[in-house]
Design a protein around this ligand. Structure first.
Ligand SMILES: Nc1nc2c([nH]c(=O)n2[C@@H]2O[C@H](COP(=O)(O)OP(=O)(O)OP(=O)(O)O)[C@@H](O)[C@H]2O)c(=O)[nH]1
Length: 140
């Protein structure tokens, strides 16, 4: 099965993570995801993530670590391999270029969003490791 490599950013700040909602013009309209996108030929996943975040949100991020890759197929024909990275916001003012909304969610309300299916295991892993992740990476 054809596999597409996609990166996404879990941007952490003050006990919350940035979530973005896909617009009506995108595939999976209205679904929530972590911002990111497809890796281009010859591009490293980290370079892809920094590029996609600059394109989609207008901000610069720092990559801190990663979570487990997810494989998911929405239609049985194409499989995506989604690489989640833990990140922090470095500079810039957040300005949505493609998504319709964003929000910051904490441990207690992250699961309430209508997530894209491929993101559900990422949300689960983040919640399982929530305290150690924030203790390790984000100085409060
Ligand atoms: N960026 C991102 N994409 C995700 C997530 N979860 C998930 O299933 N995807 C899927 O992975 C693919 C990412 O592609 P993309 O956002 O760069 O591009 P797209 O398919 O919307 O449009 P395009 O084909 O015109 O580039 C989409 O099929 C999207 O539905 C996620 O958390 N972040």
């Amino acid at each position: 099965m054809k596999e597409i490599l996609v990166t996404c950013a879990l941007i952490l700040k003050e006990g919350k993570v940035l979530c973005t909602q896909r617009s009506e013009y995108m595939r999976l309209p209205g679904k929530w995801e972590f911002p990111g996108g497809k890796v281009e030929p010859g591009e490293s996943p980290e370079a892809c993530l920094r590029r996609e975040i600059a394109e989609e949100l207008d901000i610069v991020i720092k990559i801190l670590g990663s979570l487990n890759p997810i494989q998911h197929s929405y239609d049985g024909k194409v499989r995506i391999r989604l690489l989640p990275y833990l990140c922090e916001w470095q500079s810039g003012v957040l300005n949505l270029q493609e998504h319709q909304r964003y929000c910051w969610r904490g441990e207690n309300d992250l699961k309430e969003l209508d997530w894209a299916e491929a993101d559900l295991p990422i949300v689960e892993e983040l919640l399982e490791k929530w305290n150690p992740i924030f203790q390790k990476y984000i100085k409060l």
